[in-house]
Write a protein that binds this ligand. Structure first.
Ligand code: HEC
Length: 298
């Protein structure tokens, strides 16, 4: 088709064809004269094809009800790792589908593999895999979403969205001042944090452990910060160091020690799933290895 030039458009010449063997629709009676005239006019006028108008409501429904659910329940296995050959982080990925076929058929939830998977009616395909069923109201939302055409908003304000439960996570709450609780034994606590500990011990009917001696204290701090025990010399030095800031200097020394950084780096290695082998061991869905992982080993 050449928008603006019906005569150069093969679509038009084929529907006008007088040779029945070449005329479109093939084997049919041919379009009516007025249908042909309309198509000619349409091509001549630039072949305007309106984009499907997506309502603000549909976008909001996706952002509020659909994206958080799939992000939370499915992205672990269906983005870059593409388990089952399937990516669920875009509409295209869903339409393309995985090994079995398209994951969604917009407008038809019953034909959509994604819906079958979350309904868990087929024992061979129950998602999230190895998990528990997602809540019924979320399944209902997914069904509604597919039924109404599986709208996936183009303009993304933010790539991330959070469920209300995720938004409640303690570590992302704004700071606010809290009064430490009152405790029966007022003498034991030396600061506000102690009072939280003391209050909990009291509600559980427990007594605080006795004050640690210097050797025990140094041992605990050293394990805590470096993962290793103190040396004999370090213990001996600390036991006789009666200066008022002896403890502060112990902590400064431990934090300046390379082992301190290594111990904390170790936790991050878990977070990035550090591994030199392929983390997907199933064999079928082999994913790319962490190419330079070995450079972090030592
Ligand atoms: C723990 C990993 C994991 C999670 C989480 C997960 N899946 Fe899967 N999914 C798989 C694996 C692995 C397969 C391949 C088939 C199998 O092993 O059952 C698969 C296959 C599928 C298939 C079939 C693909 C095809 O074409 O054969 C669909 C549809 C699907 N998952 C949908 C979902 C949906 C929707 C969610 C979220 C509600 C989800 N999955 C969450 C691991 C997961």
């Amino acid at each position: 088709m050449v928008p603006g030039d019906a005569e150069k458009s093969i679509l038009i010449s084929r529907i006008r064809q007088t040779d029945v063997a070449k005329r479109m629709p093939l084997g049919g009676a041919g379009l009516k004269d007025n249908e042909i005239t309309n198509l000619v006019k349409w091509v001549q006028d630039g072949a305007y094809w309106p984009e499907v108008e997506v309502s603000a409501d549909a976008n909001k429904f996706f952002e509020d009800k659909i994206r958080p659910v799939i992000a939370f329940q499915c992205f672990n296995c269906h983005t870059t790792s593409q388990m089952g050959g399937l990516r669920l982080d875009s509409r295209e990925g869903m339409l393309k589908g995985g090994k079995t076929g398209p994951a969604i058929v917009p407008g038809d939830p019953d034909k959509s593999l994604l819906i079958t998977a979350v309904r868990r009616t087929n024992p061979a395909l129950m998602m999230p895999k190895n998990g528990t069923s997602i809540p019924q109201d979320q399944i209902a939302d997914l069904i509604k979403w597919v039924k109404e055409g599986a709208v996936w908003p183009e303009a993304q304000v933010s790539k991330y969205s959070m469920t209300p439960a995720q938004r409640d996570l303690w570590s992302i709450q704004s700071l606010r001042k809290t009064e430490p609780p009152k405790t029966k034994d007022a003498a034991w606590s030396q600061n506000g944090i102690d009072r939280f500990v003391a209050a909990k011990l009291e509600t559980e009917g427990l007594k605080p452990a006795p004050i640690a001696n210097r050797r025990a204290l140094l041992r605990r701090a050293t394990y805590d910060l470096t993962g290793l025990p103190p040396t004999y010399a370090e213990v001996a030095a600390y036991e006789v160091d009666k200066s008022p800031n002896a403890w502060e200097r112990v902590i400064d020394r431990l934090q300046a020690y390379p082992r301190y950084g290594e111990k904390w780096a170790r936790h991050w290695m878990d977070v990035v799933r550090y591994a030199e082998d392929d983390y997907d061991v199933s064999g079928k869905d082999r994913t790319e290895q962490y190419k330079f992982a070995y450079t972090y080993r030592d």
